[in-house]
Design a binder for this molecule. Structure first.
Ligand SMILES: [Cu+2]
Length: 486
């Protein structure tokens, strides 16, 4: 017997907490069983249970493709992917399986890549054996000794950059007896992304190494795009169903405080391991880690998946939706629910903003397109204080509708108010205000131009257009307000 095998056998027999079935599956044997081809799925889909009662030889074919994909509406990024998606294809095997892993690197790739699977016992988790140049393939074999939900990722230097570009995914190693059946399974993976442009800045965005080193992401996303799990792409289920989420965190930097607004996880297999905790509100998913959550759906409506480090959800994109259809149960929840409490009309907002961005890029941006985009942006940004009607709140938030203060300002002054905020005594339509408007320099030049054009052309205001170039000029000339984004 080879020393390594002897060691593994000894280790398996010595493990006190392992069940007999687990021991049997861990026991190395030359017998690999039938050969099957692994079913790989793109997120948010999960492959069906293996349904096998004994180990098999499982052949996995995974192709690395570098490709431009949307990161937000109207913004794209050159992701490096395992299987063409971020996160990469979901792989599902059974404990005791022998996995023959084929890693292909598409000829169009510019970089070499490899794979480190956290479910592999062996140096580098397969990294050294799978280093693959563009247009080449590698093969290595491993035995899935331990059950659990594991992250895989690229580990080619610079490792952080490969991971930041989306090179990660999940591999589930089912326990020998399989997992209890549920009605629906979903695959969700968080990641942080670093672009030179601001959040939602239009066009193809480049990777920003310094932001990555500083751990200051532009985006924090589920499944690689701000809209991966919203609108038509929301996860869908029905009242009465049991749902299982396989949630990973690719990082590269942030730890996720994973939460589903309005749900309680009946069970969480924390850290993707063997034990579960019950009745959990928020669970940590470490960078390079995973967890499994299960819950029953009792009440219809939209449940919002977030990283509860909450600025990430509302200002960096870490937000998805689980839409549950079915009959209401007023004994559990009264039913006065409004989906838009958290989301607003996100889909419509993004569509108008996207149209304006496309026209701006083509040099054909019309005033009406600016107004439409500005209206959508105003609704998520300014309306909380100044109200949808622009009427403000007496004594607290001044009106923007027919505001004499506003009409007396030059466009540049309005831009300055948005970038730097406003505080101290002012008088609007004869009323005194002495309050604080926070700076909103996180908005892009386009966004500010569109919002101000909307305001100027609404509610009986004076009707001028504000152009991006004006915003750009003021931003250059304005020192950063205290408390504004760095
Ligand atoms: Cu890579």
């Amino acid at each position: 017997m080879k020393p390594l095998l002897a060691w593994m056998l000894a280790a398996a027999l010595a493990a006190p907490a392992a069940s007999p079935a687990q021991d049997a599956a861990r026991k190395p044997s030359a017998e690999t069983g039938d050969t099957v081809k692994a079913v790989l799925t793109s997120p948010p889909q999960v492959p069906p249970p293996t349904g096998r009662s004994k180990p098999a030889k499982v052949v996995v074919e995974l192709e690395v493709v570098e490709k431009e994909l949307p990161i937000a509406e109207g913004s794209s990024y050159t992701f490096w992917t395992f299987g063409g998606t971020v996160p990469g294809s979901f792989i599902r095997v059974r404990q005791g399986d022998t996995v023959e892993f084929h890693l292909h690197n598409h000829p169009s790739s510019k970089m070499p890549h490899n794979i480190d699977l956290h479910g592999v016992t062996g140096p580098g988790g397969g990294a050294a054996s799978s280093f693959t140049a563009p247009g080449h393939s590698s093969r290595f074999t491993f035995k899935a000794l331990n059950q659990g939900l594991y992250v895989y990722h690229c580990a080619t230097a610079p490792v952080g950059m490969h991971v930041a570009n989306g090179m990660y995914g999940l591999i589930l190693v089912e326990p020998p007896q399989g997992l209890p059946p549920v009605d629906r399974e979903f695959y969700v993976m968080q990641g942080d992304f670093y672009t030179v442009g601001k959040f939602r800045e239009k066009g193809l965005q480049a990777f920003d190494m310094q932001k990555a080193i500083d751990e200051n992401p532009t985006y924090v996303l589920f499944n690689g795009s701000e809209t991966a799990l919203t609108g038509d792409r929301a996860l869908a289920a029905k009242v009465g169903e049991r749902v299982r989420l396989y949630v990973g965190n690719g990082g590269p930097n942030l730890v996720s405080s994973f939460h589903v607004i309005g749900e309680i996880f009946d069970k969480v297999w924390y850290e993707g391991g063997t034990h579960f905790q019950e009745n959990v509100q928020t669970t940590l998913v470490p960078a390079g880690g995973a967890m499994i959550a299960e819950f029953r759906l009792d009440v219809p409506g939209s449940y919002v998946l977030v990283d509860h480090s909450i600025f990430r959800a509302f200002n960096k994109g870490a937000l998805g939706v689980l839409k549950v259809d079915g009959p209401a149960d007023p004994t559990i929840y009264s039913g006065k629910e409004v989906d838009s409490v958290y989301l607003g009309d996100k889909a419509a907002t993004l569509a108008a903003v996207d149209t304006a961005a496309r026209s701006a890029a083509a040099g054909t941006l019309s005033k009406q397109e600016q107004i439409d985009a500005g209206k959508a942006l105003y609704a998520g940004t300014c309306s909380v204080c100044h109200q949808d009607s622009g009427a403000g709140l007496p004594g607290v938030f001044p009106p923007l509708a027919k505001s004499d203060y506003l009409s007396a300002q030059k466009s540049a002054d309005l831009v300055r108010i948005v970038l730097s905020g406003l505080s101290g005594p002012i008088q609007v339509n004869g009323q005194h205000y002495d309050s604080v408007m926070p700076p909103m320099s996180q908005l892009t030049d386009d966004e500010i131009a569109n919002i101000l054009t909307f305001i100027r052309n609404s509610w009986g205001n004076s009707g001028e257009q504000v152009e991006k170039a004006e915003v750009e000029a003021v931003r250059k000339a304005t020192p950063r307000a205290e408390g504004a984004a760095h």
